[in-house]
Design a protein around this ligand. Structure first.
Ligand SMILES: CC(C)(COP(=O)(O)OP(=O)(O)OC[C@H]1O[C@@H](n2cnc3c(N)ncnc32)[C@H](O)[C@@H]1OP(=O)(O)O)[C@@H](O)C(=O)NCCC(=O)NCCS
Length: 169
């Protein structure tokens, strides 16, 4: 399969925070943000693979800043690495100041998606070729994160997580 670049699948979704999506402090409910990130990530994974994709794992979420009612929220999804059937997707979440329009980072997260056939079995995806400096950094670290995710899910013996172990040696 021909390699693809992160820009081929980059997905940006911008939407408002409405009253039904907030918690009692009038800030965006965490589950709503998870769903928005899941949707953006699934579109990026679908664009990369041109297949049906399913969420295999949410590897990391950091709710760094509250997102108040009425905010304009932008979720940016970038594929950081493609493996055999799985793709790591990095999400960056921004809010913009109403008056100045200046964007500030509110959250980030890392999801893993798997491309599947019509029967739900994993199927191969094109490799990802990073181009920019940040894409290359994210690509390099993705294998360690995959191993950590598999170890935590009980799908990999820690002894086999060689890239991950190398961090501590
Ligand atoms: C995700 C799913 C397709 C994986 O199927 P599986 O039979 O376990 O397949 P495998 O073990 O061969 O794994 C397939 C790929 O997923 C990766 N994977 C599976 N679990 C993972 C995890 N927890 N973290 C990271 N990667 C994972 C594997 O490493 C493998 O990647 P590779 O092919 O790129 O090397 C299957 O578990 C599934 O359908 N889960 C439900 C998905 C879903 O419904 N999501 C929405 C929840 S509401």
């Amino acid at each position: 399969m021909e390699p693809k670049h992160p820009k081929d699948s980059k997905t940006i979704v911008t939407d408002l925070v409405l009253p039904s999506e907030t918690n009692p402090l009038n800030n965006l409910f965490g589950g709503e943000l998870l769903a928005r990130m899941d949707r953006a990530a699934s579109i990026a994974a679908r664009r990369h693979s041109r297949r049906i994709v399913v969420t295999a794992s949410v590897n990391h979420v950091a709710f760094k800043k509250t997102i108040p009612l009425g905010s304009v929220v932008t979720v940016e999804a970038n594929i950081s690495r493609a493996f055999k059937s799985s793709m790591e997707v990095i999400l960056d979440v921004w809010i913009e100041d109403r008056e100045s329009g200046v964007r500030s980072k509110a959250n980030d997260a890392i999801y893993t998606f798997v491309a599947v056939d019509d029967g739900g079995s994993p199927i191969g995806v094109p490799p990802l070729e990073p181009e920019t400096k940040i894409e290359k950094i994210r690509y390099e670290a993705a294998l360690r994160r995959k191993q950590l995710s598999l170890v935590l899910a009980g799908k990999m013996d820690p002894k086999d997580a060689t890239e991950l172990k190398a961090l501590f040696e």
